[in-house]
Design a binder for this molecule. Structure first.
Ligand SMILES: C[S@@+](CC[C@H](N)C(=O)[O-])C[C@H]1O[C@@H](n2cnc3c(N)ncnc32)[C@H](O)[C@@H]1O
Length: 239
């Protein structure tokens, strides 16, 4: 049995500090600072005139802060389950832009998004909480509809592997990374919450969901061990 939404919210309510460092990103994520940079640079390249940003599962706002280095004075809409995370994100993001900052406390599965409102959407370390193909389809369709034609969508997340042997080899390497980062107890603590809370899917499954939602120009920006960053664009015409 995986954790309920309330249990996940409660854990993040008490974990704000760990997501509040823009230099390191979240340390349990391999290449966290690199992924922040790659997503921001790719979003700037794909959607150069962006004025409205959407951050799904914003945590303490790291991804929006990085995007704002590219899109100065943009508006930001921040969505998260956790009120303490949103409060921290609003404080940090408001200090970084003169644009409008809106916080929505919601589960992305049920959140209502205005159609064709955003230029750039990002979802970092959050979609691994989705539990079924249907939930992925619903969320990707919603993000697609919320983007203006030409807008871009970027995902950075924990991923699984299709081959069971490869999955166990990659998971072992990830365990070594965590133990080296701190110690075996830290590795076990991370593995324990991943087991309870997360349902990562392979990168190619995310690509399939992007395609099915209508996205084009899919780019894998990064894949290292159990972490990947990728994105795509809502076509200018059609959709
Ligand atoms: C691992 S943190 C990542 C935060 C931020 N995106 C980052 O990369 O620094 C995941 C965040 O997603 C939020 N979250 C988890 N499930 C969610 C859901 N279904 N809808 C909205 N937010 C969710 C959590 O409350 C938490 O703040």
């Amino acid at each position: 049995m995986k954790s309920s939404v309330d249990q996940i919210r409660e854990r993040f309510d008490n974990d704000v500090e760990r997501f509040s460092n823009l230099e390191t990103g979240q340390s349990a994520t391999i290449d966290a600072p690199l992924c922040l940079e790659l997503v921001a640079e790719a979003a700037a390249a794909a959607t150069p005139e962006a004025r409205a940003l959407l951050d799904i599962g914003c945590g303490a706002g790291n991804y929006t802060l990085k995007l704002l280095e590219q899109f100065k004075q943009a508006d930001a809409t921040l969505i998260d389950l956790s009120r303490p995370m949103l409060d921290r994100a609003v404080k940090r993001v408001s200090a970084a832009t003169a644009g409008r900052v809106e916080a929505i406390q919601a589960d992305i599965r049920g959140a209502e998004l205005d159609e064709q409102r955003f230029d750039v959407a990002v979802a970092a370390a959050v979609l691994h909480h989705l539990r079924s193909d249907e939930q992925w389809s619903t969320v990707f369709a919603k993000v697609f509809a919320s983007l203006k034609p030409g807008g871009s969508f970027w995902v950075a997340d924990l991923v699984a592997h299709q081959h069971p042997g490869v999955q166990s080899a990659m998971w072992h390497r990830y365990g070594c990374y965590l133990a080296d980062l701190r110690d075996a107890a830290y590795r076990d603590a991370v593995f324990s919450y991943v087991e309870k809370e997360d349902s990562p899917v392979p990168v190619m499954t995310i690509v399939d969901h992007l395609r099915a939602a209508g996205f084009v120009g899919i780019e894998i920006l990064h894949k290292h061990n159990c972490f990947a960053a990728l994105g795509a664009v809502r076509p200018i015409t059609g959709g």
